[in-house]
Design a protein around this ligand. Structure first.
Ligand code: ADP
Ligand code: ASP
Ligand code: MG
Length: 436
């Protein structure tokens, strides 16, 4: 069972979580995120330090500490558990205050970002202790790891986690940190923003769990982005493939790559609402349940790169040369379209954009368009659904679409639009495809 930031962000929510995790007798591993807002605050502290603004960083650290002190006071009622939780807060804020005096590095940044999950799990464990709920805190840094390509090492996670569970076979309830891990150098690292979902799926796959429950602040995966569009509905069932497409192409409810571990071990994933625990939510499993379009999602911050070259473009070997440039800079491509004279691709990171463009220039004219969004239409066998393209393009006829990708997967149609048109596009699709 994984609980996200809002599910642990208030003392009364922690109380609710304690009830949900003790509802049945099945042994359970509970994965917790940081309290809502904490990881954002830690990112800001890190940014201030990276810019050499120690005063700004100190102010932010003090503000965050005050929040935690008040949280402890509200969460716990007994003297000894309050003292214990305050000692935890002191330990972590002492660390944050010490780093104000050390020179900033990427490794230090990762240590800063890890504080949120370390604190939330220790506070929750103290809360369970006060309530007399038997449990054990499992340190994620002892079993969760990524390799030198930042890919989770499922084999090693399996071995280490099962050892830890065997050593504590008398326990039934385990609490661990989402998001954090160790990297190939043995340093503290993380699974990228929203990574607690990834932890949950990896843990579920590692122990071959009966189910992986992702508890959040909404009753499942909706057919459209509820932050952008007014009327949306929860989807009952999605296949792993459909859910993976939605997560990767912007449905924030799931971390972009968190589906594969559950899919690999065929562990069903349920998306559930902590605030409405009896709502059906969404189940993600092998079978899609129904045929047709199920949802749309959008991913922002996309950069389109067009390489235009006459004739030689489709000569064999040309695309390989183009793709090798992206491989060299560890930049993955999301969408591709080709014509006789040009190839267009999209990427979601500008980290190596300058070098990539420089190395592509010998192949032809290179155009770069920033501030684009990919809007994906996801479903089961959508290519075979009657009139799907007609309905799609009729709905969005007024939006300037810059790229279309269709046929790559039977579950996805992706369109590229300038980000300024994304909201309108999602609204038009909501009425055109879902009648909402
Ligand atoms: P948590 O902190 O529990 O991990 P997140 O904020 O990461 O929660 O994810 C839940 C949020 O995802 C919802 O509150 C909702 O605003 C957003 N969201 C975006 N797209 C979707 C979608 N298609 N279905 C449901 N929620 C979505
Ligand atoms: N706390 C981390 C974040 O905010 C991980 C997570 O919540 O999933 O990104
Ligand atoms: Mg999340």
């Amino acid at each position: 069972m994984k609980f996200g930031g809002t599910s642990v962000g208030k003392p009364e929510r922690m109380h609710q979580v304690s009830q949900l995790i003790t509802r049945d007798a099945e042994p359970t591993i509970v994965v917790l995120s940081a309290l809502s807002g904490t990881t954002n605050a830690l990112v800001e502290i890190s940014n201030s330090l990276a810019q050499g603004d120690r005063t700004g960083a100190k102010q932010k650290i003090d503000k965050l500490e005050a929040h935690y002190r008040a949280f402890v006071l509200d969460l716990l009622k007994e003297e000894h558990t309050r003292a214990k939780a305050n000692a935890v807060i002191t330990e972590h804020f002492e660390f944050l205050n010490i780093i104000l005096r050390i020179s900033f590095s990427e490794a230090l940044n990762k240590d800063i970002l890890a504080q949120g999950e370390l604190m939330s799990t220790k506070l929750f464990s103290t809360y369970l202790e006060e309530k007399g709920i038997d449990h054990m805190l499992l340190p994620a840094l002892e079993f969760m790891s990524v390799d030198s390509n930042e890919e989770p090492q499922l084999g090693s996670i399996k071995i280490k986690l099962s050892q830890l569970l065997q050593q504590n076979s008398d326990k039934k309830l385990f609490i661990t940190q989402g998001y954090i891990c160790r990297n190939a150098k043995g340093e503290v690292d993380n699974l990228k923003r929203g990574g607690s979902d990834y932890t949950a799926s990896l843990v579920a796959a590692a122990i071959n769990a009966s189910v992986c429950e992702i508890w959040t602040d909404i009753d499942g995966m909706h057919n459209n982005d509820p932050r952008v569009v007014e009327k949306t509905n929860a989807i009952k069932q999605l296949s792993f493939d459909e859910a993976a497409e939605l997560a990767y192409f912007g449905a924030k409810i799931l971390h972009p790559t968190c589906i594969w571990p559950a899919q690999l071990e065929n562990v069903p994933v349920k998306l559930l609402n902590t605030m409405q625990p009896d709502a059906a939510g969404t189940v993600i499993m092998k079978e899609a349940g129904t045929v047709g379009v199920k949802a749309v999602a959008a991913k922002d911050g996309i950069i389109a790169i067009k390489i235009k070259s006459s004739r030689m473009l489709l000569a064999y070997g040309f695309l390989r040369k183009v793709f090798e440039v992206f491989e060299k800079y560890h930049t993955s491509i999301d969408m591709i379209t080709t014509s006789e004279v040009a190839v267009s691709v999209t990427i979601d990171s500008d980290t190596s954009l300058k070098q990539i463009v420089k190395e592509l220039e010998p192949f032809g004219t290179v155009d770069v368009e920033k501030d684009q969004s990919i809007v994906s239409i996801v479903g089961n066998e959508i290519a075979q659904t009657d009139h799907v393209l007609q309905r799609l393009f009729t709905a969005i006829s007024e939006v300037p679409v810059t790229m279309v990708s269709y046929g790559g997967s039977p579950h996805n149609i992706s369109l590229l639009v300038p980000s300024a048109h994304k909201t309108r596009m999602l609204q038009l699709l909501n009425s055109g495809l879902f009648g909402l």
